[in-house]
Design a protein around this ligand. Structure first.
Ligand SMILES: [Zn+2]
Length: 316
């Protein structure tokens, strides 16, 4: 995305506001690719940010899903949208019960909110029990950042506490990185340190991670580390994926098992006047082989988040 779009949409919310657990939803039986012939939607969108704590919030999400041919979404809380008290948490749980199997959610803790892995585990276990299937969007910054604050390095000890807790509880982590948050260096050695330290922790890359395509870092890490995935949000206007469709197509085919469709849509995307996220059109433009498109648009997310088999292996 260019800077304007970046500040209007998607991850922009975070910028503006300064900002495996492979568990199926409670009570849900995973049914990937079931009900052939019925209209299930072409996409699983693994990266959205809709408000979910008030009655009726998820009905708006369902309308957006229907309009965009999306069968399932994974909703990621941001600082300004996460549940603030028990009343909101209770309403949130009620909301998700009505959309079980269609709208799932992640959870977040900020690095300054816990002092130990055990403390984080208690919170994450509670969240998982309530239905959270992952952790994020993880920004690696304190809960109330001040203007000019720099975020933490990706493998800062405070972030490592959260990663250790997520690995223990079995919650995949979707992370944001940019020049101010979840800092890393050329070749992403700090991300690599986390991938090596927690081989059972699934990490899903996003945002400026995609700026490391040019020197081969994205390919190298995706191919070397089974626990690294990436979602497609923030690719179109911000990386070679959007600029060079031949490169993009080849990259998608090479990494077909490691990419998740995602748009970074959110409450700012609602309304008749809003255009669909560019990732929808990207998939049409690339004309991928059907098996590759199926994996990226749905299959990989189904495998990661709605597979009972993986849930067992993640707890080993
Ligand atoms: Zn986002």
């Amino acid at each position: 995305m260019n800077q304007l779009k970046w500040t209007q949409a998607g991850c922009a919310a975070a910028v503006l506001f300064a900002m495996m657990g492979m568990s199926a939803l409670p009570g849900e039986t995973a049914q990937p690719n079931d009900h052939p012939g019925t209209d299930k939607g072409r996409f699983i969108d693994a990266h959205v940010h809709y408000q979910d704590c008030k009655a009726g919030d998820l009905e708006k999400v369902a309308d957006w899903m229907q309009a965009n041919n999306v069968q399932r979404v994974i909703n990621h809380p941001l600082r300004q949208s996460r549940a603030k008290d028990d009343k909101e948490r209770a309403q949130q749980n009620e909301n998700y019960k009505a959309f079980q199997g269609r709208i799932a959610r992640f959870c977040i803790i900020f690095p300054d909110e816990v002092n130990s892995v055990d403390e984080a585990v208690v919170i994450l276990e509670r969240e998982k029990k309530a239905g959270a299937i992952g952790f994020g969007e993880h920004y690696g910054e304190v809960s109330k950042p001040q203007p000019g604050d720099k975020g933490l390095y990706f493998d800062d000890p405070k972030n490592m506490v959260l990663f250790a807790a997520c690995a223990k509880v079995g919650l995949p982590v979707m992370f944001h990185m940019d020049r101010g948050r979840n800092l890393d260096e050329k070749g992403l050695p700090r991300l690599e340190n986390v991938l090596k330290t927690y081989p059972n922790l699934i990490l899903i890359a996003h945002s400026d991670w995609w700026k490391n395509l040019g020197d081969g870092t994205c390919d190298r890490l995706l191919q070397k580390y089974p626990n690294l995935y990436a979602d497609l949000s923030c690719t179109v206007g911000r990386s070679a994926i959007g600029r060079d469709k031949i490169f993009a197509r080849e990259f998608f085919i090479r990494n077909a098992d490691k990419l998740l469709f995602g748009t970074d849509s959110g409450w700012w995307s609602l309304g008749q006047d809003k255009k669909p996220a560019p990732e929808f059109a990207l998939i049409d433009e690339l004309k991928l082989p059907k098996d590759v498109e199926d994996k990226i648009c749905r299959g990989n997310a189904e495998r990661l988040f709605w597979s009972k088999k993986l849930e067992k292996s993640a707890t080993k």
